[in-house]
Design a protein around this ligand. Structure first.
Ligand code: PLP
Length: 477
């Protein structure tokens, strides 16, 4: 291939030597091309998956997800044992939760973190031991709190003064003592490479650190509550450990003052560990993060002369993100002349828009956050030169983009099967019925077998709740 760079390509994107390559940075560990060039994940060909389940289709590599869960628990466990304490890891179900995923992470030794009654219902339906479920959220309804207490969830994260009473009253009514954490904002907010540290953060979650001691006094005064410790989550898609280190040291200063009036056995530092969405991303390996965070916790506790707490984490994206791949079919292709940035209207380059049969209803992240992804042709390999493409969805919205920029073989054509990696987190979870498009199915692949985890929505599902339709049963007249 003798491909040339497009002047429309972003700075971080270089022309690939081989536009068929599946970089292990963004693809699940089992992904490879078979001898005919067809993408295989978990031992199943993408063409077979598309043939059986249609497109768009979410594909989850079970072993990739399980091994991320295992490696994360092993990394935090060994680093915190090294400094003389323990770590707990909860999988943050908000990233993607189905009963199968809840069972897999439980099998691997993780707890499950939920933030609504719906997520709690899925975790319980999966048979997750309630004592290993944590529930957070800034506006849990009284019914959600009662259900969580009645089910025996291990911890509830209290987010406001009103919730102290709500959780305490629910536990008292049910004759239980409920273990609780107090959500605080440490003033550290992190995103990808940088973090921002302020004294007063303007956000809806939790208590400002300065109010934590008063809130814990109120909690301790309620006999139906048992205070476990502080809880904090500084943001998502974070690279590096500096934000966690700053947040941990701010929390431990308050934690040590809380110890003067009673036990504080745990500290929950939340989730937020970043993953690679494109080959330009370079997330910190989980073992390195675990070591850095354990070191800072040990140093701070020694400086404060306090016992080491059990330290809990709640990763979601870093467990499931890289395990997911979305398959799409190409519908239309067009080249659009675009004026080059900073140039007159005479200086143009063609941008190739490749439209697929999904879009912002199955992956809202590009439209919501400008998130970048990468793409490959899944159904074949090609010797054609690489051409810059933009993958667009089918929705009636100009911001409906799936992949802003990547290089594909220039012979990409209608009918081609495309695959977008790193779509395991916050894609199905954020999916919608925008433009009355049904949400796609989710299929797990492992050892050459595909298993349907969640069926796709049909037109019948889309009409089922519309009371103006007499009957939408298939075959009804
Ligand atoms: N815990 C809490 C409280 C969160 O709000 C989130 C996500 O926003 C998570 C855990 C999981 O974050 P991530 O998926 O980035 O690891």
């Amino acid at each position: 291939m003798t491909s040339v760079a497009s002047p429309l390509a972003p700075d971080w994107l270089s022309v690939p030597v081989d536009a068929n390559e599946l970089s292990p940075v963004v693809w699940p560990s089992s992904a490879h091309r078979d001898k005919h060039g067809v993408l295989s994940i978990g031992g199943v060909l993408a063409t077979d998956l598309a043939g059986q389940y249609g497109t768009p289709l979410y594909v989850v590599d079970e072993e990739h997800l399980r091994s991320r869960a295992r490696d994360t628990l092993a990394a935090f466990s060994s680093e915190f044992e090294r400094i003389g304490t323990r770590a707990k890891v909860y999988y943050a179900g908000k990233a993607f939760l189905s009963t199968a995923v809840a069972r897999w992470v439980s099998d691997e030794g993780l707890g499950v973190d939920v933030c609504t009654g719906g997520e709690l219902a899925v975790a319980l339906a999966a048979g997750v031991d309630a004592s290993r479920i944590g529930m957070h959220g800034n506006n849990k309804s009284i019914a959600e709190i009662e259900r969580a207490v009645a089910a025996g969830v291990g911890t509830i994260v209290i987010d406001s003064e009103i919730e102290i009473d709500r959780v305490a009253d629910a536990a008292a009514r049910l004759g239980r003592v409920q273990s609780v954490r107090l959500r605080v904002n440490s003033g550290v907010h992190a995103h990808t490479h940088d973090f921002l540290a302020t004294a007063h953060e303007d956000q809806k979650f939790g208590f400002p650190l300065a109010r934590a001691e008063a809130a814990v006094r109120t909690i301790r005064a309620r006999p139906s509550l048992a205070f476990l410790g502080l809880h904090c989550h500084i943001g998502s898609q974070i690279f590096g450990a500096d934000g966690f280190a700053e947040s941990a040291s701010r929390l431990l200063a308050v934690h040590s003052r809380l110890l003067e009036a009673g036990p504080v056995s745990e500290l929950n530092l939340g989730g937020g560990f970043g993953i690679a969405y494109t080959t330009a991303d370079d997330p910190t390996p989980i073992a390195e993060l675990a070591a850095r965070i354990a070191d800072i916790v040990e140093a701070e506790c020694r400086a404060l002369d306090i016992p080491l707490p059990v330290v809990a984490f709640e990763p979601g994206r870093s467990i499931v993100g890289g395990a997911g791949v979305t398959l799409y079919s190409v519908g239309t292709i067009k080249d659009v002349d675009v004026t080059l940035p900073g140039e007159t209207s005479d200086a143009t380059a063609a941008r190739r828009y490749v439209s697929v049969d999904g879009g912002m209803s199955d992956n809202a992240r590009p439209a919501l956050y400008g998130a970048d992804y990468s793409v490959r042709i899944a159904g074949r390999a090609s010797d054609a030169d690489a051409a810059l493409v933009r993958i667009a969805g089918k929705h009636c919205e100009s911001g409906d983009i799936v992949v802003y920029a990547d290089y594909l073989p220039a012979d990409v054509a209608p009918g081609d099967l495309l695959a977008v990696p790193a779509t395991g987190a916050y894609c199905w979870a954020l999916a919608s019925n925008y433009n009355l498009v049904g949400r796609p199915p989710v299929v797990a692949v492992a050892d050459g077998e595909a298993t349907l985890l969640i069926r796709g929505e049909t037109e019948h599902d889309l009409l089922a709740r519309d009371t103006g339709v007499a009957s939408t049963e298939p075959g009804a007249s």
